[in-house]
Design a protein around this ligand. Structure first.
Ligand SMILES: C[S@@+](CC[C@H](N)C(=O)[O-])C[C@H]1O[C@@H](n2cnc3c(N)ncnc32)[C@H](O)[C@@H]1O
Length: 303
């Protein structure tokens, strides 16, 4: 949804934008091009491998780009360190990149045999997917698969995981896939998505505490936006979308922002055809109001 993001952010020269999930740098590069020659991007990602790829891609933009290996919940602190008091636009494109899925070697994909890790930032995170699978009580696993993955067969899968781990701990992705497939009733077969998709998604969200981070991020992002600046969030999951929607409504009621539209924007057919992973994307935007209460906070030089 690159064109939609650019339109929503109203990219202009001289402005400062934050890409809180810079990934491989696709959106960041588009923002730099659109805000040429003097727009700047502060790009964050908690995955150092992704950030290295983004750094190479964005090298030609020199000092207009500042990349930091960090979780987006650290945004306010990072801007303070850089003496940036406010920014003109912020983007979050949640979830996981196709690169992480295919070749991180950290167990995000159910295809192949990888360690059940799933930590986005192994430097600071200690709990892996294997830790959860091998230690959480059955009821907790079942709730995780149901609530974070909307997995219909959550109970059966949790029961079989506990049985399997009594024989030997689950260590690799193919072991988990095997237990999942064994747990499904006959004829569940291959549907639109692989039968392991929902459990893998639930584990990734739990390991990385993704929902908690979105909730913590939105109020601080709104605070650091300049009046008229916009916060754009693309999410891929109904739970994420519910959190974003509610936080935006709450901020609108508090008088700090205006929602740009009530229903989320979704990608067109052509984009979904060329990039099937965009099929569940939803984009929501708020604009900081000029007379918001946050305006009474510190004002002054922006850099
Ligand atoms: C869908 S990809 C973003 C793709 C990016 N917009 C692009 O154009 O290449 C999501 C990225 O968000 C990163 N990410 C997820 N949670 C994060 C967090 N809490 N803080 C920082 N980065 C995060 C992931 O590591 C991943 O690189």
């Amino acid at each position: 949804m690159v064109q939609e993001v650019l339109a929503e952010l109203q990219c202009q020269p001289g402005h400062i934008y934050v890409d809180g999930t810079v990934g491989l740098g696709g959106h960041a590069e588009a923002i730099l091009l659109r805000s040429s020659p003097t727009g700047q991007v502060v790009g964050l990602d908690q995955d150092s491998a992704a950030l290295q790829i983004a750094a190479l891609r964005l090298l030609p933009y020199g000092p207009r780009v500042y990349l930091i290996h960090s979780c987006y919940t650290q945004l306010a602190e990072i801007l303070q360190q850089r003496r940036i008091e406010s920014v003109d636009g912020i983007l979050l494109d949640l979830g996981i990149s196709t690169e992480q899925l295919k070749s991180s070697g950290r167990g995000f994909s159910f295809k192949g045999k990888e360690p059940l890790d799933m930590r986005m930032n192994p430097d600071v995170q200690t709990t892996t997917a294997a830790d959860l699978l091998n230690t959480e009580p059955e009821a907790q696993l079942s709730r995780m698969f149901w609530e974070l993955g909307e997995e219909r067969w959550a109970r059966r899968i949790a029961r079989n995981i506990v049985r399997a781990r009594q024989q030997a701990p689950l260590i690799t992705t193919n072991q988990l896939v095997e237990v999942i497939l064994r747990s499904l009733p006959p004829k569940t077969g291959m549907k639109r998505i692989h039968p392991a998709t929902r459990v893998f998604q639930a584990l990734r969200i739990a390991v990385n505490q993704e929902l908690e981070k979105i909730s913590a991020f939105i109020p601080q992002a709104i605070k650091v936006l300049a009046p008229g600046g916009r916060l754009v969030i693309i999410d891929y999951h109904s739970l994420e979308d519910r959190i974003v929607k509610r936080a935006f409504i709450e901020a609108e009621r508090a008088g700090s922002v205006r929602r740009r539209y009530k229903k989320p924007l979704i990608p067109g057919e052509a984009e979904v055809a060329s990039n099937p992973s965009a099929r569940s994307a939803k984009m929501r935007t708020v604009e900081k109001l000029p007379a918001s209460p946050d305006k009474n906070l510190k004002t002054g030089s922006r850099r």
